[in-house]
Design a protein around this ligand. Structure first.
Ligand code: ADP
Ligand code: MG
Length: 694
């Protein structure tokens, strides 16, 4: 149950007075639908209206506040000409410019002969000073109507800064102070403000310094968010490790057979990763390790060899994948090798039903399956292992806390857990996303892969690109065509993809298929399978195509409006080609006009295929929120942390979370209760619910 003190924080923004429905929808889109989401929508800048020059000294281009006398309203007969109001002070003249104003309203705001305080961006037009649509026009007797400092927020279509500021101000006033959850000695040492005071400081700053990521207020808030995340992860870790672990020591015979059956030898990185995993298995402490490596770097083979080591020690392994198609792909990689070594492998997904499923479960319970590959279906209650000792979880962040723990609960002893991910993220971010896991990295690609030929092409050459793909497809190639992100709306993404699908279909007929996020999983899988089998050769999609999907025959990747994607995302998309000994191509279609930063980002894509390097660049160029924050990645979203500025806080939060859970695993102490409140506040409360369920 959410603590009562948080009720006002989670009140629906519906409750905001004086804000219309359309504005509320816009706020919901950009921030969220609760007051707390508004409060965590951080301002990015400040408008300072304290600059009050005489007109003669005023610098065009800056925000100015000037005291002038209104002289004359000038309205031309031509209705398209702007409405002008001429003003002056002792030193010069100023024209206020309006397009399509309501004249009666303007006459009331700016009566001729009266003084007015005008604030807005000063422009110089044909040698004269003007302000177009001033932000404020107030009677000098009522200066309180004009704030001296005004925050700037990220906005979305249909939402003005004024409305958002008002909404945030109301939200700030509507929430009570919260009990302190931060360590009191750190609070004192760093003179941190309370949570609510910190929020007030960033939303109603007294100086631009208050907004800097390095300000006390911002650091405190970042630390709160990091602590909530680390605490949630620590709770799961503690639960996973509650059972006694055991030593799983194999004699190497099965591994030896698999290695002998492999048509290649392991790369150095694969060997190192395998050694690390095996020594974790052999250790009594339960393993919590993450194997990171690009798609195609050979993680599955390593996972299989580790499972073989577990089988040598007499225990069963579960290999969990987030989707049916990925589960089946794992099975295809593993099965021939496993069989060659005498290991029994089976697949369990939502498609297994009725008698065959019952038979499979019996075999599993009898211990006659060594490796069970599957989807969420493995987690169901009636799936019972004889002796589950090892769990491999592919793209672990896509499974909920509860699911991971249910899997662990199928074992009598502490299960060794190996996560795998194809999302290369820098070390600091691994910690924030996965918590305190040991990490094995696979950086080198298997030998013999040809680099993907990556080109950046302007969108006005789209029809040339399409024609080129037509020729390649004619010659037997297969191509992905990824459509751009449009704003924040998935529906608009889909519309764009459907439109591209229609044009390509018009050109190339029924060899073109479409997948997008609103399709049912089964429909999506069906289209993906057609593409895998080569029944369609051009696959149009939004960014939803699965990270790990393997179609070695696909050699062309087109990404429309590549400048709108994060670098890591581009890297993931490109990783779908270049999986065979055929030369692959990646065409990054960019807007005809793009800025300097966008240009250098695309240049990085052209120059390297090293996922970790790209992730680091992404972090440098975009501050990390993007690396972690993309919805598709399934990694936790951070609203208050700036990974460039707050990197030092990550370990602090990790250490604190670890200590807390050691001392007070049920969070029942005074501070523990306040920390529960923190978990709810940041919506990391899965862990709290776990504690209640025992
Ligand atoms: P991941 O799971 O990391 O995406 P896989 O384990 O599926 O990658 O490997 C991708 C492909 O590369 C598979 O066909 C696999 O057989 C092959 N492969 C793996 N390791 C090597 C290696 N050391 N040398 C050559 N090919 C390899
Ligand atoms: Mg493993």
């Amino acid at each position: 149950m959410r603590p009562e003190v948080l009720f006002d924080y989670f009140a629906d923004i519906e409750r905001l007075p004086g804000i219309g429905k359309r504005n509320k929808l816009a706020i919901e889109r950009i921030a969220g639908d609760r007051m707390v989401h508004l409060l965590m929508h951080m301002p990015t800048g400040l408008i300072d209206r304290r600059y009050r020059p005489s007109l003669i000294d005023a610098v065009p281009g800056s925000i100015v506040t000037v005291l002038v006398t209104v002289d004359k309203h000038v309205r031309l007969a031509n209705r398209r000409a702007p409405y002008r109001v001429q003003c002056h002070d002792d030193t010069g003249e100023l024209t206020l410019v309006f397009f399509n104003p309501r004249a009666d309203w303007l006459n009331k705001q700016l009566p001729e002969g009266e003084p007015r305080l005008i604030s807005g961006r000063l422009e110089e037009y044909q040698g004269k000073l003007q302000i177009t649509h001033p932000d404020y026009m107030v009677n000098p007797d009522n200066t309180a109507e004009m704030p001296e400092l005004e925050t700037i927020y990220p906005l979305t279509a249909g939402l003005s800064g004024k409305v958002l500021r008002k909404a945030v101000a109301v939200a700030l006033d509507s929430v009570p102070p919260l009990p302190e959850w931060q360590n009191s000695s750190v609070m004192k040492r760093d003179s941190w403000p309370s949570f609510t005071d910190a929020l007030k400081t960033v939303h109603a700053p007294q100086a631009i310094e208050d907004l800097n990521a390095s300000s006390l207020a911002r650091r405190r808030l970042a630390c709160d968010e990091l602590l909530a995340t680390q605490l949630a992860l620590a709770i799961v870790r503690e639960r996973t490790r509650r059972k006694r672990g055991r030593r799983l020591v194999g004699d190497g015979t099965i591994r030896g057979k698999i290695l002998a059956a492999l048509p290649f030898s392991l790369t150095n990185d694969q060997q190192t990763a395998l050694q690390e995993i095996v020594s974790d298995l052999e250790n009594e402490r339960a393993m919590l390790r993450l194997m990171q490596g690009d798609v195609g770097s050979g993680k599955t083979v390593v996972a299989l060899l580790a499972a073989a080591a577990a089988a040598e020690a007499g225990v069963q392994t579960a290999l969990l994948a987030p989707t049916e198609i990925l589960a089946r792909q794992h099975l295809e990689t593993i099965e021939p090798l496993a069989n060659a070594a005498g290991l029994k492998v089976a697949l369990l997904t939502g498609r297994n039903k009725g008698k065959p499923r019952t038979a499979l479960l019996e075999t599993l319970a009898a211990g006659d399956i060594d490796i069970l590959v599957g989807t969420h279906a493995i987690i169901q209650d009636d799936v019972v292992f004889k002796d589950l000792g090892f769990a491999i979880i592919d793209e672990q962040h896509r499974f909920g806390v509860q699911q991971r723990l249910t899997l662990a609960s199928k074992a009598q002893f502490g299960v060794d857990v190996l996560g795998m991910t194809a999302t290369p993220i820098p070390r600091t971010l691994t910690l924030t996303a996965y918590g305190d896991m040991d990490v094995s990295l696979i950086r080198e690609k298997p030998p013999g892969r040809m680099p993907v030929d990556t080109r950046v092409v302007a969108l006005d050459r789209l029809s040339d690109v399409a024609a080129g793909i037509g020729r390649a497809v004619q010659a037997g190639a297969r191509a992905y065509w990824v459509c751009p992100l449009v704003e924040e709306s998935e529906l608009l993404d889909i519309a764009a993809a459907e439109e591209r699908f229609a044009t390509l279909r018009h050109m190339f007929g029924d060899q073109v298929g479409l997948v997008h996020g609103k399709m049912k999983a089964l429909e999506k899988d069906a289209v993906m399978e057609q593409f895998q089998r080569g029944e369609i050769s051009i696959l149009v999609s939004t960014t939803v195509i699965e990270v790990g999907v393997n179609v070695p025959e696909a050699t062309i990747m087109v990404i429309e409006h590549a400048e709108r994607f994060g670098l890591s995302q581009l890297h993931q998309l490109r990783g779908r080609v270049g999986r065979s000994d055929l030369q692959s191509r990646c065409i990054l279609l960019r807007a005809n006009e793009i800025g300097e930063v966008a240009r250098s980002r695309l240049k990085i894509m052209r120059e390297t295929e090293d996922g970790f390097l790209i992730a680091e660049e992404d972090l440098r160029l975009r501050g990390g929120g993007e690396v972690l924050g993309t919805k598709q990645s399934g990694l936790p979203e951070f609203k208050l942390v700036d990974f460039g500025e707050h990197a030092d806080l990550i370990e602090l939060a990790r250490d604190d979370a670890r200590l807390i859970i050691n001392k007070d695993p049920e969070l029942t102490s005074e501070r523990g209760k306040n920390l529960r409140c923190l978990l709810y506040l940041f919506e990391r409360d899965e862990g709290v619910r776990l504690m209640q369920s025992g």
